[in-house]
Design a protein. Structure first.
Length: 390
């Protein structure tokens, strides 16, 4: 089976992890800061805090945005459940915005239509690695002092042009915070892991506290504290935080992987180009389209079935699986999930995302794919089309 995505681990990665195993620090050691500094250099952000998963990163980002009961955060319907769940963790309510039918990204027109006085945050997701229209979203949100959290779980290595300059996703040029996931299917991996990046020192300090139980070594001006209690051992819990820490073992892998991130994106881009070339003269599906002025990280290669093939998506999908392709579908609109239905979200609210879901199939795409793998995917996709037409 050729999966739709997988990690690429080499001997250097393995050596980096083994070195930590032989060291004094398995967690909370020097590799954590080293990975954070490397992420800042890579993206151009001032601050990074690495955590145990992309979901943990979203969770603390939502808390730092001040989300809570009585507030709303706008998220695209076409995303993994974690994006919306993080809003629920804070007590706030996710509001699902419809997407652009070409890119699968949140549609700024939908944001404009749905924004209201209780909208506290917008969480654009760079679907498949393709950057959202960040300038437009920033323009809409900043006038109303709405916080923007980029869910860039698919988009490490992507970039977009604005004001004559290229900005890496993660630079937070048009947002307050950006979060990444380092799950094995993502651009680089730490097995499980995530990060939240910002240019705002206060947000950074908040992330540090939330990552580790709300505890800091810096004494606040807490009035009931006895001066004798403050010494080199001192620590203070200032708010209810979590254990969202990531280990040094994982961060060593992250540092080693990040050195190869651009190479991984180049390989992904090359495979995407081969797919595009293979179906340049048309097929039974639409090819993924790029946002203007954007460079995708090509996390996914999402095709969208056309015409009568739409009704036969399940059959197509099963054919492809039977032929040995580990295809997947991204995504079932989040509010269709039984949990969200029980919360009162109804089908039909984001028709473009629903149509996108019905037509979408993600083809295999990952850096370690060989030319033979790519040829096989192209052959199988063509064969499945012919079988369904019979
Ligand atoms: C868009 C999106 N957001 C958030 C997440 C959650 O990341 P993690 O699995 O690292 O918690 C994922 C993971 O698949 C994702 O695809």
């Amino acid at each position: 089976m050729i999966p739709y995505g997988r990690q690429t681990i080499d001997d250097k990665d393995i050596r980096a992890v083994v070195q930590v195993l032989r060291s004094d620090w398995l967690t909370q050691g020097p590799k954590v800061l080293e990975f954070e500094e490397a992420l800042c250099r890579y993206t151009g952000a001032k601050y990074a805090v690495v955590v145990s998963s992309g979901t943990a990163a979203l969770h603390i980002a939502c808390l730092a945005a001040g989300l809570g009961k009585g507030q709303e955060a706008m998220v695209p319907a076409n995303t993994f459940v974690a994006t919306a769940n993080a809003v629920l963790y804070t007590g706030a309510q996710p509001v699902f915005a419809d997407i652009d039918h070409e890119t699968g990204n949140i549609d700024p027109r939908a944001i404009m239509k749905m924004m209201n006085r209780t909208t506290r945050a917008i969480i654009p997701v760079h679907f498949g690695g393709n950057p959202c229209a960040m300038e437009d979203i920033y323009g809409l949100a900043k006038k109303r002092k709405i916080t923007i959290i980029e869910d860039a779980c698919h988009a490490l290595g992507a970039a977009y042009k604005s004001g004559g300059k290229w900005w890496k996703i993660g630079s937070c040029r048009h947002s307050d915070m950006t979060i990444f996931s380092f799950h094995p299917l993502k651009a680089i991996t730490t097995a499980e892991g995530g990060a939240v990046l910002t240019n705002d020192k206060r947000l950074y300090q908040r992330f540090l506290k939330l990552r580790s139980h709300g505890v800091t070594k810096e004494p606040s001006d807490f009035e009931n504290r006895n001066a004798h209690d403050v010494g080199p051992w001192y620590y203070e819990m200032q708010e209810l935080g979590f254990n969202f820490r990531i280990t040094d073992l994982q961060c060593a892998l992250g540092v080693s992987q990040l050195k190869k991130a651009d190479g991984f994106v180049r390989k992904r881009t090359r495979i995407a180009q081969l797919y595009r070339k293979a179906w340049a003269h048309g097929s039974y599906f639409d090819l993924p389209s790029q946002q203007n002025n954007g460079v995708s990280a090509w996390h996914l290669f999402p095709i969208r079935l056309k015409g009568r093939f739409v009704q036969r998506r399940k059959e197509m999908f099963c054919w492809l699986r039977d032929l040995g392709l580990g295809v997947q579908v991204h995504y079932i609109p989040v509010y269709w999930q039984p949990y969200y239905a029980r919360l009162g979200y109804a089908k039909g609210s984001c028709p473009v995302a629903e149509d996108f879901y019905r037509r979408e199939i993600s083809l295999p795409l990952y850096p370690a794919m060989t030319s033979a793998d790519v040829r096989r995917v192209i052959e199988c996709v063509n064969k499945a089309g012919a079988e369904v037409l019979k």
